[in-house]
Design a protein around this ligand. Sequence first.
Ligand code: SF4
Ligand code: SF4
Length: 407
Amino acid sequence: MSVDVDTRPATAVPVRLQPGLAADLRAFGARDFAACFSCGTCTATCPLVDDDATFPRRLLRYGLLGLREDLLGSKELWTCYHCGLCTESCPQGADPAGFMAAARRYAIAGYDVTGLAGALYRRPRRAIALAVLVALVLGGAMLGVARTAPSRQVALFRFVPESTVHWTGVAAMVLVAAVMVVGVVSMVRGLARREGVTWKTLTAAPGRALAWSAAWSAVVSESLAFRRYRDDCAEEESARAPWWRRRWLVHGLTMWGFTGLLVATMADYGLSLVGLRATGTPEPVWYPVRLLGTLAGLAFLYGVSVLALNRLRRVERSVKTSEVADWLFLAVLWLVGLTGLVTELSLYVPGGATFGYGVFIAHVALALDLLVLLPFGKFAHVVYRPVALFFHALARARSVSGERTYD
Ligand code: SF4
Ligand code: SF4
């Protein structure tokens, strides 16, 4: 199918250049992208190109030319799955996949009004120190309110009051939601301006139907079912990775596992609220909420472990330039999964009380640590990517409907 490509912004806005953008991007992990001579090999290689003849090299141009707003307003930044094919094929060694990853870090910092994300990305040691400090403070606070607990049968919430864990979690969620909402608004403004999307185009017919279809595609088809990741990257990946190590599956298990754990935790709390059971007490392994939590925890731990092992072995082309922030995120995720499973184990094995309470405190502190630092690191992609995928699906839907030329 032949499709016109219009790389200009849909809405004319003054072009503002930021001369220091290339240097800034290097501080976020981009390396040799100035070597790009726009040959298009990466475009020919990338499985996610669709009809866009300028992806991903156009984003490198933005970085080199100082087009900060174009870079931050690019939905394509987030549609890339960091497979590394473009980097492998680049004749100039410009590492486009590494550039895309660095640009996403830069974007997370750019959307963050507090400035903390940028400071942490630029000073990785501070990021590690802050993550450790937050976990220690939270763990210390939990220990501070801990009571004498039974030593024969583990009873987690007779050790730390359930209300303490609950309200600390609620406070963290409110804080994080406030920061993320501001970040998402900042992102959406940039994307909408570039895409020519207004509130009116989304709410009036036929835009409303297109918006619903784009939202379904972004949330269900892409964010939950990994359709493009699974289908478009499958052929190439099937030749070099067994099914249990395929990138989409490993990412999927991590994400589905995390979602399952959230659902199980909320269901557990909901059941305790209506008096059906006490949170944190042993149940048979087939008890639905327990079963969901256990299976989700195993899937999550497996996914994170393989992600980390792939990075360690450097079996993936795209991870040649892993940053401290990537490792920190994986490390906290893995520890959350591991401490969660060991905590559950302590409910069932003899002598579980000797280690269960301590591991439980570590688990709660790490899980809250992950939540509190969500807007300021790699974890933020779970919010920003679906937003970009919405705009991507909307652009395609508008192109097909003839409402707008697809770019
Ligand atoms: S393959 Fe390398 S040099 Fe060619 S356009 Fe892509 S990034 Fe630039
Ligand atoms: S890393 Fe993969 S998905 Fe991303 S631009 Fe390169 S080839 Fe495309």
